[in-house]
Design a protein around this ligand. Sequence first.
Ligand SMILES: Cc1ncc(C[n+]2csc(CCOP(=O)(O)OP(=O)(O)O)c2C)c(N)n1
Length: 331
Amino acid sequence: MTPSLRGRDRRALPGRETVLGMYQRMMLIRRFEEVAEDMFRQARMRGALHFYIGEEASGVGVCAALRDSDFITSTHRGHGHCIAKGGQVDRMMAELFGRSTGYCGGKGGSMHIADLDIGILGANGIVGAGIPIAAGAGLGSKLRGEDAVTVCFFGDGAGPTGAFHEGVNFAAVQKLPVIYVCENNQYGMATRADQANAGPSIAGRGDAYGIPGVVVDGQDVIAVYEAASEAVARARAGAGPTLIESFTYRYKGHTVHDMAGYRSREELEEWMQRDPIYRFRTELTDFAGIAGEELDAIDAEVEAEVAAAVEFAESSPFPDVAAIEEDVYAS
Ligand SMILES: Cc1ncc(C[n+]2csc(CCOP(=O)(O)OP(=O)(O)O)c2C)c(N)n1
């Protein structure tokens, strides 16, 4: 796992604070999930976990182009999106552990993290459901005359849904400030993206709606950040939605229970050669003059933050049975 950047041109990177922030969030996503998997395998935590490991550059590159006041919608594979948007890992971990200090009081679990204070409108277990929700959020911002942007993350498995066509069409007709980010990790459960989606790319469908369709290397956080920044500028300027397709890969199975026998070891290893975190780290140390020790210090802080999150979660109580009917309806 030592991807080489040999032969690649040095390129302009955003400011030091931005790149270090990106590196920190990518590492935080990876360690959060590695530790969550470990907790699950030790039976200290239950439930379904869908890991984002391997896809970190995608969520982090996009969210680095956003403000706290912007919105995101997420999917069943939402840990990475929530951390990338600034979600608190202790409250996330507590939610995974089913504890009352979690984002949903321990009653939602991994697939239902929301934090309205930082624009996380909710992860969602219904494939494609975020697409019209994001259009609604965009319409709200537009009607209120605010310049907030909404990013909708969805997978290639949502490409063939009615929600995709309905939501993207509506956003395009209304010129809503929404960015649709398809994270094409090559599979929807065990089905290859090209077995479910006609046409060479999902981004290509932008033409049908008269909006830009942009393909980006989802393993390259800076490329994702640049594509997202352009789409954000368009959206804030009132020019409407952009459809971005970020090509990426999940290292793990569909859920923690899935051994992913439908794909080859070679395929996985090929993608791991382009690991987004190691690749970015190499770029930062070899081309951006950032000392390896500085990145090691970030790694250590991340490690401590995740360990503290587990401690917080495990020392928190389970929700009371009396709370079972709370939060069922919005008030
Ligand atoms: C409407 C709906 N249909 C089917 C499912 C079952 N399901 C859960 S995840 C999934 C595949 C999703 O694939 P994709 O959108 O590519 O996301 P990924 O898991 O690859 O991140 C399916 C079919 C569901 N949750 N919701």
